[in-house]
Design a protein around this ligand. Structure first.
Ligand code: GAR
Length: 200
């Protein structure tokens, strides 16, 4: 008898290109299926893209909570828990989560970050890599822990920094690798294998 597929919820804030790659990957013999795409922004364009693929969506606007993170997260938890996820994937979700929220999904929440962590946690990763004169950049999928962008790495992908690169051109090169890395990590993780993925 085959095991029931792992239920995956994906949290987004914007266009959701990583979310799309994850959803598209969860077919056939993949050990997981998408059960919810959830955003903190009702206008996030990724929501419509998820609906077009037949994935249920929900949005909880963070703005009315005016910085009350606990109240926002309580509201966010309603659709999230109702979807009964086994795994939660942050994919361009741009709100910092409290330790209480993270603890609920300990060991089963992943994030993709556009740098070679531990370098450049936080924002403006590409400009920071350029400013430092780095020869390579990349992205990391890691387990989410209470410390921002600091949980155990589950995969990394590297790209060269090229002469004349801007933050935009570097970001596009890294994003193309994000689209390969995150599905590869999720497939492995959903099968119970935490061996880090290394690309290319
Ligand atoms: C991606 O580059 C992702 O790594 C980054 O936001 C972008 C979302 O793009 N995430 C972070 O910076 C998290 N701190 P997408 O909505 O097209 O997937």
């Amino acid at each position: 008898m085959t095991a029931a597929p792992r239920r995956v919820a994906i949290l987004i804030s914007g266009g959701g290109s990583n979310m799309l790659r994850l959803v598209e990957s969860m077919v056939g013999d993949h050990p997981a299926r998408p059960v919810l795409v959830l955003s903190n922004d009702p206008a996030a364009t990724g929501l419509e893209k998820a609906r077009a693929l037949g994935v249920p969506t929900a949005a909880v606007d963070h703005r009315p909570f005016a910085g009350d993170r606990a109240a926002f997260e309580a509201a966010l938890l309603q659709p999230l828990l109702a979807a009964r996820p086994d795994i939660v994937c942050l994919a361009g979700f741009m709100r910092v989560l409290t330790p209480d929220f993270v603890a609920r999904f300990a060991g089963r929440m992943l994030n993709i970050h556009p740098s070679l962590l531990p370098k450049y946690p936080g924002l403006h990763t590409h400009q920071r890599a350029l400013d430092a004169g780095d020869a390579e950049a990349g992205c990391t999928v890691h387990e989410v822990t209470a410390d921002l962008d600091a949980g155990p790495a589950l995969g990394q992908a590297r790209v060269p920094v090229l002469p004349g690169d801007s933050a935009d051109s570097l970001s596009a090169r890294v994003l193309a690798m994000e689209h390969r890395l995150y599905p590869a990590v999720l497939r492995r993780f959903a099968a119970g294998d935490r061996t880090p993925v290394s690309l290319p």
